[in-house]
Design a protein around this ligand. Structure first.
Ligand SMILES: Cc1cc2nc3c(=O)[nH]c(=O)nc-3n(C[C@H](O)[C@H](O)[C@H](O)COP(=O)(O)OP(=O)(O)OC[C@H]3O[C@@H](n4cnc5c(N)ncnc54)[C@H](O)[C@@H]3O)c2cc1C
Ligand code: FES
Length: 510
């Protein structure tokens, strides 16, 4: 069972009554086995079960316990890689499919809420992208034109109505959405089960065998599920070792929720032109208050453990733009996967007929996950989809995002950690509740001292492709700087692509 609870997001999310499901306790057989009970996995499960397929969902944590439980839940087709750029890489038709599919995803979430009577605070709100400085108004003009070519409505407005800060210009995207993500996941899980899906939590998928006709997954408890098709909705695919992980890069992103007087800021989605950008929305709180949720300060996973500085900068930005902001009620971080050409990878795993993946969410995982829950069922059911080509995980785009070459150079550079010194020379140098990397001869160890003072030692070598992990003090996890695998303080895998834990210190490998 994973534990990724160093930050306090769970306190806010705990307002949702998420159902609990027992682990798989026998071998099983079905039409479609889905690994991952986040928004991508559960939407896929719900759609396929409604279509009459026999579905099994396996997750090693609770429902929505991955990134879906950490999202700030803007539901938007105002894409943060921008239509100007998407059009350059995927052409006008690709940009149109991008706009159409994300808009359909928000409509689909709304329809599921209505059909299944899910009370998750879903509401339609306007989105506003505002210029951080005067020069950025040209970006807005270019984006407005590209968005319109893609079929998305975007209006240039003077300032953002009702907000307390000045901005030279903004683009308004009407009729976007927001919701409470775990309340939605709770309702979706119950709806999938009503449709006949079988859901198991606390079941870690440790092995996968393709088998030509009927692939099999095996849990760490040694139970096997045999299916006609397997869907890996694990955020980062754990079935693929290399191909997909050279096409995307893992980033950490940070969020704070501050209390503000209810009604002091109009409900809406707001984000700015900085890089990395800040993203803002409002959520319900008790009494006369609302929560202003502000995110940003992204950096590559495993490459920036200066959380107090990052949270401090977020708070400073928040107070500068929203002077009524009170203290931080909740703060947390999470992971997003940035694809090399802006669009997620959703569809058949390259080279496979009956294995499917959904990954590369690019900060739009609520809509990308819902698109997965529409597109993958179409592929499995043999329904033609005009979205298939844009999201095909095997696609070769003529040009990648301009900066993506740097991502793979950056990964290569991380292997130098094999020869650098340790951060401490003895466990005695590690404070309670923290971790550090220690070198002993040629080997490196991930050493954690728990709150009671006991020391826990694992190999520091990531079992994916052998980079050296680093300590993440906000989540109390070991994070890999290469492709984003993460492990809890005791070395148990939290995020793929790694599928196994950090090795025991005498277990070889380091
Ligand atoms: C701070 C933050 C803010 C964000 N804001 C937004 C936003 O405003 N709008 C938006 O659209 N997106 C946003 N995102 C992105 C979005 O939250 C994610 O992209 C989305 O939740 C991913 O959903 P998923 O179903 O693909 O993955 P997840 O929710 O991570 O689900 C994957 C599941 O797979 C399970 N799993 C993994 N490996 C195994 C295994 N081996 N065996 C069994 N189970 C396994 C995990 O336990 C997990 O439950 C944000 C993300 C973060 C972190
Ligand atoms: S995630 Fe690939 S080496 Fe660690």
């Amino acid at each position: 069972m994973k534990s990724d609870s160093g930050s306090t997001v769970s306190a806010w999310m705990a307002t949702a009554d998420v159902p609990n499901f027992p682990p798989l306790a026998e071998d099983a057989e079905c039409d479609v086995c889905i690994v991952g009970a986040g928004i991508a996995g559960l939407t896929t499960a719900y759609t396929l079960a409604r279509a009459g397929k026999r579905v099994i969902v396996l997750d090693d944590g609770p429902i929505g316990g991955g990134e879906t439980g950490r999202t700030t839940a803007h539901l938007s087709w105002a894409l943060d890689d921008y239509y100007v750029e998407i059009e350059k890489v995927h052409g006008r038709d690709g940009a149109r499919v991008a706009a159409e599919s994300h808009r359909s995803a928000v409509d689909r979430i709304e329809a599921i809420c209505r059909d299944e009577q899910i009370e998750c605070d879903f509401e339609r709100v306007d989105g506003c992208w505002f210029a951080a400085k005067l020069e950025d108004t040209t970006l807005l003009d270019a984006e407005a034109a590209a968005a319109r070519r893609a079929g998305a409505v975007a209006e240039r407005v003077v300032g953002v109505p009702g907000v307390p800060f000045e901005t030279p210009a903004a683009l308004r995207f009407p009729n976007q959405g927001q919701f409470h993500p775990l309340k939605y996941m709770a309702g979706l899980a119950r709806a999938a089960v009503r449709q006949g899906a079988r859901v198991y939590c606390g079941s870690h998928v440790a092995e996968f065998e393709k088998k030509p006709r009927r692939p099999q997954v095996k849990t760490s408890d040694k139970y096997t599920v045999t299916a006609d098709a397997v869907v890996f909705a694990t955020n980062s695919p754990v079935n693929d070792w290399v191909t997909m992980h050279t096409k995307q890069a893992a980033y950490r992103t940070y969020a704070i929720a501050v209390r503000i007087p209810r009604g002091s800021v109009p409900r809406g989605l707001y984000w700015d032109t900085e890089n990395p950008y800040h993203y803002v929305r409002l959520a319900n709180a008790t009494g006369g208050e609302a929560l202003l949720i502000v995110g940003g300060e992204d950096h590559k996973t495993g490459q920036g453990d200066d959380l107090e500085v990052r949270f401090g900068r977020l708070l400073e930005w928040t107070r500068r733009h929203f002077p009524m902001a009170g203290d931080i009620a909740f703060r947390w971080s999470g992971q997003v996967l940035e694809p090399n050409d802006y669009m997620a990878f959703i569809g058949r795993n390259p080279g496979d007929e009956n294995v499917y993946i959904a990954t590369g969410d690019s900060g739009h995982g609520m809509t990308h996950g819902t698109i997965a829950g529409m597109l993958i069922p179409d592929l499995i059911l043999g329904v033609e989809s005009r979205w298939e080509k844009l999201y095909d995980p095997a696609r070769q785009t003529l040009r990648s995002a301009p900066d993506f070459v740097k991502e793979n150079v950056n990964v290569a550079a991380q292997y130098r950690d094999w020869v650098t010194p340790g951060e401490v020379s003895s466990p005695d140098d590690i404070k309670a509740g923290t971790g550090a990397i220690m070198r002993d001869g040629a080997k490196k160890y991930a050493v954690y001292r728990d709150d009671g003072g006991a020391v826990h030692i694992r190999s520091a070598v990531c079992p994916h492709l052998y980079c050296i992990v680093g300590w993440n003090s906000v989540e109390k996890t070991w994070d890999c700087p290469c492709h984003g695998s993460r492990f809890d303080a005791y070395g148990r895998v939290v995020n793929g692509p790694a599928i196994s834990d950090l090795a025991e210190p005498n277990g070889g490998g380091s």
